[in-house]
Design a protein around this ligand. Structure first.
Ligand code: B12
Ligand code: SF4
Length: 653
């Protein structure tokens, strides 16, 4: 089920509202010496192809954005802990400036659920009188917020509130809570009062728990509805701030005295992910993105993007960027606004612009549509484009792509100096090899490699919360619940493991994924790449130093530099092959066992979508926006007799 749509005309925040709340909080902040720890949940068992390396060497934009929003609003005493870098972090022992923080925020994707739950449970071990206000958010929570609350009365744990939206929702929540907080009252106590007063119900984008006693187990969840979206992304706080808040990588369970110094950020984070645009005009049935964005396409202005890249490059020395776009080429005017602004600065050939390289995602259809603009797009520094090819024959999904169009798009990109990276999807009906057509997985990989793909990803279709197909994947019996008594755990629901298949031999599908990668990354191809490189495309050997620097070189040094740039452009292909083989070793190590499990059989499938065990309702007792069909709560609400419900004094701060 997709997320429901807000009423027409009430989808976006009023222009200027984001800037206004930031200012209002800045005014409130000096009266509240808040300290915050933001944890990014990360399950290290997920470290395999095709995301190995990108998963740990790029600070996730979500936690960085939340940290930036807090710092920008006057709450600079904030630390971002990445489990990617601090795998032994123990929330029950966290101290910031020698004290337990007031706020503990957890961000998680669905596949990192086990770690997300552990972080919340650790924080729950803190004495309730001192416990921070626990808030969860991120891609996992946006679609299934109830997962942050245990539905097991024998093992109660949970967050205080789940945020099903973006920065604005958190800031609005803070504003409400701080506006009733008395003096040095614990923040969580103020939150509990706000909850009791119904003040949270006016903040769309929250799910909070209710229980009969303040510290008792959660009995039902209240869903305040779908968030309003920020339309103009220029109103967001600068991402530069977030990098100042990172906990240095360590093996310790506790936090260090200081955040990672600016001059050491680049050592650990070589790529900076940046929000440029959000949303996509297509409606692929397996994708939750269009509904999440309420069919909106939101962007930053070109000047703003160029400023952000400049500031990050100058402050931290990071010159590689990844746009978190769903489909960067979605809208011609907006694409050109960003790329032309960047190209203008790159063309000055000044630092840091001459060094900036970036990549993002787009569709084949839109790449062809924007063909004539590829020169300026490349000038902007775009060097690689991830393309949702999925299936060359269009059997699985059609979004304006087929073999001919894909090859045309690849050619156009490469001719203009942009590496195309195909994202493929393997599915039950796709054979490994076919003899008379290009339907087979290896056939398609062969075509794409020949067309110049240096890297690829091949994922198996998996249930994706918030997508049109989500429930069907379960109710049709496609989704596997357990194999041989081993339950399908969230960390393997990432497209790299066969967890939804009606193939009579699902283990074969798992082996097909490995065969696909082995076909693409192998020693023979590495040797071939050394001789006949696919990476030596136009502009791959472009000078990244300023003309003044190069002018100072002697003729010999200039010659050596040219040689180096040419050799580097040539060797990238072989380098990617080596990297692919390294990642493949981890992929074999992790996924081969699952193929074995599937081979042994004993597969039990879901017959319906898993839903919240807890009742989920809207503030007025009606059905909740985030409830899946079958969730308790469709029935009229019975009033909870709550100790919490005792009238309390409304204390204005
Ligand atoms: C970049 C990206 C990656 C990078 C991440 C690298 C990195 N370290 O950052 C790479 C390539 C490694 C990657 C891999 C995968 N990804 Co990915 N990825 C993205 C992408 C395109 C951008 C993520 C991003 O930075 N967004 C921008 C930030 C600002 O948005 P955000 O994270 O959602 O955060 C906002 C809100 O969620 C909220 N928020 C976030 N955290 C918190 C916390 C609190 C307390 C609060 C209040 C709010 C809050 O506020 C933030 C600011 O607006 C998204 C799609 C998208 N457009 O978001 C998919 C996405 C995150 N990926 C997804 C998936 C599924 C995967 C994979 C499993 C592969 C796959 N099957 O597609 C792997 C997992 C790898 C791993 N081991 O972790 C899904 C997650 C779905 C889910 N329900 O969890 C997404 C949403 C795409 C989709 N299908 O919809 N991915
Ligand atoms: S084109 Fe990509 S982002 Fe757009 S709906 Fe399809 S899968 Fe989602």
């Amino acid at each position: 089920m997709e997320l429901p749509r807000r009423a027409a005309g009430d989808v976006l925040l009023a222009p200027g509202e984001m800037s206004a709340i930031r200012q209002r909080l800045r005014d409130l902040a000096p009266r509240h010496d808040l300290s915050t720890v933001i944890a990014c949940a990360f399950d290290h068992r997920t470290r395999i192809l095709p995301f190995i390396y990108a998963d740990t060497r790029m600070v996730p934009a979500g936690v960085r954005a939340i940290g930036s929003a807090l710092a920008d609003s006057g709450f600079g005493k904030t630390r971002i802990v990445l489990q990617q870098w601090n795998r032994h972090f123990d929330a029950s022992r966290m101290r910031l400036d020698g004290r337990i923080p007031d706020l503990f925020l957890v961000s998680s994707m669905h596949l990192h659920s086990a770690e997300c739950d552990r972080l919340i449970q650790d924080a729950n071990r803190i004495d309730p009188a001192q416990r921070p206000l626990i808030v969860v958010g991120g891609p996992r929570i946006i679609y299934e917020p109830w997962q942050a609350f245990s539905g097991d009365p024998d093992n109660p744990w949970g967050a205080d509130v789940a945020v099903t939206g973006e920065e604005y929702v958190l800031l609005q929540l803070l504003e409400v809570v701080l506006s009733i907080r008395a003096g040095n009252e614990p923040l969580r106590a103020a939150f509990l009062r706000a909850r009791q007063m119904g003040a949270l119900d006016e903040v769309p984008g929250l799910v909070y728990s209710r229980s009969t006693t303040p510290e008792g187990p959660c009995e039902e969840l209240v869903d305040t509805g779908i968030q309003r979206l920020l339309g103009d992304l220029d109103e967001l706080p600068s991402p530069v701030l977030g990098y100042q808040l990172l906990e240095p990588p360590s093996a310790a369970a506790t936090l260090g005295p200081h955040a990672l110094p600016a001059n050491r950020v680049r050592k650990h984070c070589i790529v900076s992910s940046l929000v440029l645009t959000a949303g996509c005009k297509f409606r692929c049935s397996y994708c939750p993105i269009p509904a999440y964005n309420q069919r909106q396409h939101r962007t930053k202005s070109g000047e703003r993007v160029a400023d952000e890249m400049q500031q990050i490059a100058e402050t931290y020395g990071i010159v590689n960027f990844f746009g978190t776009d769903d489909n960067f080429f979605n809208d011609t005017k907006r694409t050109l606004d960003i790329t032309e602004a960047l190209a203008r600065r790159v063309n000055t050939r000044r630092r840091p612009y001459c060094k900036i390289r970036w990549a993002t995602e787009a569709t084949i259809h839109d790449t062809l549509r924007l063909q004539e603009h590829l020169p300026v797009i490349r000038q902007s520094g775009l060097t690689a484009l991830w393309l949702g090819v999925e299936d060359l024959t269009g059997t699985l999904v059609k979004k304006g792509q087929d073999e001919n169009k894909t090859l045309r798009a690849f050619r156009a990109l490469r001719d203009h100096g942009i590496y195309p990276v195909p994202m493929m999807m393997h599915y039950d009906a796709q054979p490994l090899v076919t003899w008379n057509s290009n339907q087979g997985l290896l056939n398609q990989l062969k075509v794409l490699r020949k067309a110049g793909a240096l890297y690829t990803q091949v994922l198996m279709l998996t249930p994706s919360p918030g997508s049109k197909w989500y429930e069907d994947t379960y109710s049709s019996g496609l989704a596997i619940a357990e194999v041989n008594g081993t339950a399908v755990q969230p960390h393997i629901v990432d497209g790299n493991y066969v967890v939804a298949s009606q193939h009579p031999r699902p283990w074969l599908k798992q082996l097909n994924l490995l065969a696909g990668y082995t076909y693409f990354f192998n020693p023979l191809r590495f040797l071939a790449a050394l001789v006949r490189s696919h990476s030596a495309i136009p502009l791959a050997d472009l000078e990244t130093r300023t003309p003044e620097e190069v002018a100072r070189y002697s003729t010999w040094k200039r010659f050596r530099r040219r040689l180096y740039l040419k050799a580097r452009a040539h060797l990238i292909d072989a380098g990617v092959q080596l990297f692919g083989m390294y990642g493949l070793m981890h992929t074999y190590r992790r996924t081969l066992g699952w193929a074995g499990q599937l081979f042994r059989g004993g597969i039990r499938r879901y017959d319906r979508v898993p839903v919240s065990r807890l009742r989920l309702r809207s503030p007025d007792g009606g059905p909740a926006s985030h409830a899946l069909p079958g969730t308790p709560g469709a029935e009229p609400r019975q009033e909870l007799v709550s100790l919490d419900a005792k009238p309390r004094r409304h204390v204005a701060a």
